[in-house]
Design a protein around this ligand. Structure first.
Ligand code: UDP
Ligand code: MG
Length: 309
């Protein structure tokens, strides 16, 4: 019998868990030709999430859990889960029922046809603002232009991964991880499956724009070093422009004898160049900061308690 693990990262999800459990139960019952494991990763929740998971584990033998020492963020919570998976396939799903578990049988079907990474692509995104959708689509475009790795658009972490992919992900232990970048990076045979993303069933989203911008920068920096190249190009461009300007000024003053007003043009050039230099230093800093964190070589996460099937 093939073993399938469902990985569910949870952070303050007490409202939604009572809705999630019956839907998972139903799924497992309808697919009883597999050996199921429900692996909950409690990401340092401050509400009754862990108590609820523990109680569920007492009732249901398929339930495993990992209780992290504090809130590490979803990316790391997923890493903790992935590291502890021993299964033929792994399905990652949000706790808030935005990813319908009812899609899982279709994913399994495609997996059994021989695909290694069946990812769910959002056909629609109910309950999300226009701004969020627009920025997200722009972001994908920029990202895709800057790297040779094919990036799956409108895809979250909801996917089924074969044993091969699990092993590949377990071998990656970088601290600054953008899981999405890793899913693309590992490659293997991918297949998309379309679905309508539901609004959150209960509780509150943990994301805000500050966090999202952080995630977007993490995504770019861990996908590609293209921003460094852009900085170089901009440097050349500015130098070229300055050279042309120099010739113009030279001809105007030396050949034609026209006075060149100094202060405003100087001010503009200084501020413009200062801005570009600061941005460039910032870009370099993003990479250096990551080198710093990476060289400290700390463990990715700390586990307080766990029960694995
Ligand atoms: N999550 C987590 N740790 C965090 C934040 C979120 O494990 O620090 C989990 C959360 O419990 C949920 C999933 O990540 O299962 C997605 O979070 P959320 O629904 O808040 O994000 P959104 O769907 O709005 O992008
Ligand atoms: Mg959500």
């Amino acid at each position: 019998m093939k073993k399938i693990t469902i990985l569910i990262p949870c952070y303050n999800e007490q409202e939604v868990l009572p809705k999630l459990f019956p839907r998972l139960d139903k799924l497992i019952k309808s697919q009883n030709r597999f050996d199921w494991e429900l692996l909950f990763v409690n990401d340092g929740s401050r509400d009754q999430t862990f108590e609820k998971i523990k109680k569920y584990a007492e009732q249901n033998k398929a339930v495993s859990y990992i209780n992290l020492a504090r809130n590490f963020g979803k990316e790391i919570a997923m890493a903790a889960g992935i590291d502890n998976v021993k299964a033929d396939a792994l399905i990652i799903i949000d706790a808030d029922l935005q990813d319908p578990p009812e899609l899982i049988p279709d994913m399994i079907k495609i997996w059994l046809e021989g695909y290694d990474d069946v990812y769910a692509r959002r056909r629609s995104r109910a309950g999300e603002s226009f701004l969020k959708k627009f920025t997200s689509s722009m972001y994908y475009k920029v990202l895709q232009k800057s790297t040779r790795i094919p990036i799956q658009q409108d895809t979250g972490d909801f996917r089924l991964l074969d044993k091969k992919c699990i092993k590949a992900l377990q071998s990656i232990q970088e601290t600054n991880r953008s899981t999405k970048a890793l899913f693309s990076w590992i490659g293997y045979k991918k297949k998309e499956i379309l679905y309508d993303r539901d609004p959150r069933a209960a509780g509150q989203t943990k994301w805000n724009y500050v966090k999202l911008v952080g995630l977007a920068i993490d995504g770019i920096v861990s996908f590609t070093t293209a921003p460094l190249r852009v900085a170089t190009f901009v440097g050349f461009l500015v130098a070229l422009f300055a050279f042309i300007y120099l010739i113009v000024v030279f001809i105007k003053t030396m050949v034609l004898g026209i006075d060149e007003p100094g202060y405003p043009s100087l001010m503009i050039v200084i501020l413009f160049l200062g801005g570009i230099q600061l941005i460039t230093i910032g870009i370099i800093g993003e990479y250096i900061g990551r080198i710093f964190v990476e060289t400290k070589n700390r463990p990715l996460y700390l586990i307080e308690s766990k029960k694995l099937k």
